[in-house]
Design a protein around this ligand. Structure first.
Ligand SMILES: [Fe+2]
Length: 312
C-alpha cells in the first residue's frame, strides 16, 4: 500500500497519529465544569480555558480516532518510563493539593495492546521501560483531568505514559534527549499498530503559582499570571507553536524550563512534538488562561485533512 505524507510529518498508510494536543490539567477546570463524577461543586470559573477546551472538542469532532495516548507529569517514575498495563481502572482520584476541588470517580479503559507495543518499541530503541500491572494502582489526576476535558464521554481507551524525572536527576537536555527517543518510538509503534491515535501532552506552560487560595476558589477577580516575565515566556512559546516552529520550541526548552518553572519539565511537550516529527505545521491555539497564576494553553496539531488551518 502506498503511503500518503501528512502535513504533521506523519505517514498514514494504516494507523498513525491523526491529531495531537497540548491539554493542561489543573483540576480547577474539572471542578468548574461540575461533571457528575466530581464530588465538589462550583459556580464556574476559568471560562476562557474551558471555552478553549470546548473549541478543541469541536475541532476534534470529525476526527476519527481509536485511542488517546497521553503523557502526564503527575505520574512520576524515577527508573525509566512506565505504561499502564491493566485493562480497566475504576477508583476515586483526590488531588493532593486541592482535595476541596477534585475528588473524581473515574472509570477508564486502557489499550494494553498498544501500550505494550509502544513499551516494546521503546525497549528495542534502548530505553528503560516497564509495564505497570498493579490492578490497584491509582491513576494520576493529570491523566484524568486532560482526558476528561478532551473527551468527557470516556468512551475511548487510553494509553497512559509516565513522566521519567530525568530532568531532576540530570538536566533538561537529558530529559529532552530521552523524550525525543520516546516520541519516535511512540510514533513507530502507533503506525505499526494500524490504530488511529490522538496524542496528548498534559502540561501547563509557565508554572509559578500562588501559594494561598482565596475563600472562593473560582473568584476570577483574583486570577492573573504571577508575573510579567511568565506572561512573556508563555506568549513566546505560543507564538512559536502557532507559527510552526516546533524545532525552536525544543531549542528554547532548557531556558524556558529554568526561567518559568515550566511544567514541560516532565517531558510531555517534547515527547509529543517528537512523536509528530517536530512539525512545521502551525498549531491552532484554542485558548489561553491562568490558573492559580500558572500559564495554560490549549493547542492542537491537525495531521489529516485541514492540517495547517488557523482556528484562532
Ligand atoms: Fe500539574
Amino acid at each position: 500500500m502506498s503511503k500518503t505524507h501528512r502535513p504533521c510529518g506523519v505517514y498514514m498508510a494504516e494507523g498513525g497519529i491523526v491529531a495531537a494536543a497540548l491539554a493542561p490539567h489543573p483540576p480547577h477546570l474539572v471542578y468548574a465544569e461540575n461533571p457528575e463524577q466530581n464530588e465538589p461543586t462550583s459556580e464556574g470559573g476559568w471560562e476562557q480555558l474551558r471555552w478553549g477546551y470546548e473549541r478543541l472538542r469541536n475541532s476534534l469532532k470529525d476526527v476519527e480516532y481509536d485511542v488517546i495516548v497521553i503523557l502526564s507529569p503527575h505520574w512520576q517514575t524515577y527508573v525509566g518510563t512506565h505504561f499502564l498495563g491493566v485493562e480497566h481502572f475504576k477508583s476515586l482520584s483526590v488531588d493532593p493539593i486541592f482535595p476541596n476541588l477534585f475528588r473524581f470517580h473515574y472509570d477508564m479503559n486502557v489499550d494494553v495492546e498498544l501500550a505494550k507495543a509502544i513499551h516494546d518499541m521503546a525497549k528495542e530503541d534502548g530505553m528503560s521501560v516497564k509495564m505497570m500491572e498493579n490492578p490497584d494502582f491509582r491513576v494520576d489526576y493529570g491523566t484524568i483531568v486532560s482526558c476528561h476535558m478532551v473527551r468527557p464521554q470516556w468512551d475511548k481507551p487510553v494509553v497512559a505514559i509516565s513522566s521519567n524525572r530525568s530532568r531532576h536527576y540530570y538536566s533538561v537536555e537529558v530529559m529532552q534527549e530521552m523524550m525525543m527517543q520516546l516520541g519516535e518510538s511512540t510514533r513507530k509503534a502507533i503506525e505499526a499498530s494500524g490504530k488511529r491515535a490522538l496524542v496528548i501532552a498534559s502540561n501547563s506552560l509557565s508554572h509559578r503559582h500562588f501559594t494561598t487560595e482565596t475563600a472562593v476558589p473560582e473568584d476570577m477577580s483574583k486570577e492573573h499570571i504571577t508575573s510579567h516575565a511568565m506572561h512573556l515566556w508563555d506568549m513566546r512559546m505560543i507564538e512559536m507553536m502557532r507559527s510552526g516552529k516546533a524545532r525552536e520550541v525544543l531549542d528554547m526548552m532548557p531556558e524556558f524550563v529554568e526561567q518559568s518553572i515550566a511544567e514541560a519539565d516532565g517531558g510531555a511537550l517534547t515527547w509529543m512534538l517528537s512523536a509528530l516529527e517536530v512539525p512545521e505545521t502551525p498549531a491552532i491555539l484554542h485558548g489561553y488562561g491562568t490558573i492559580i497564576g500558572t500559564g495554560n494553553a490549549i493547542m492542537e496539531w491537525k495531521c489529516g485533512e485541514g492540517a495547517g488551518e488557523s482556528g484562532d
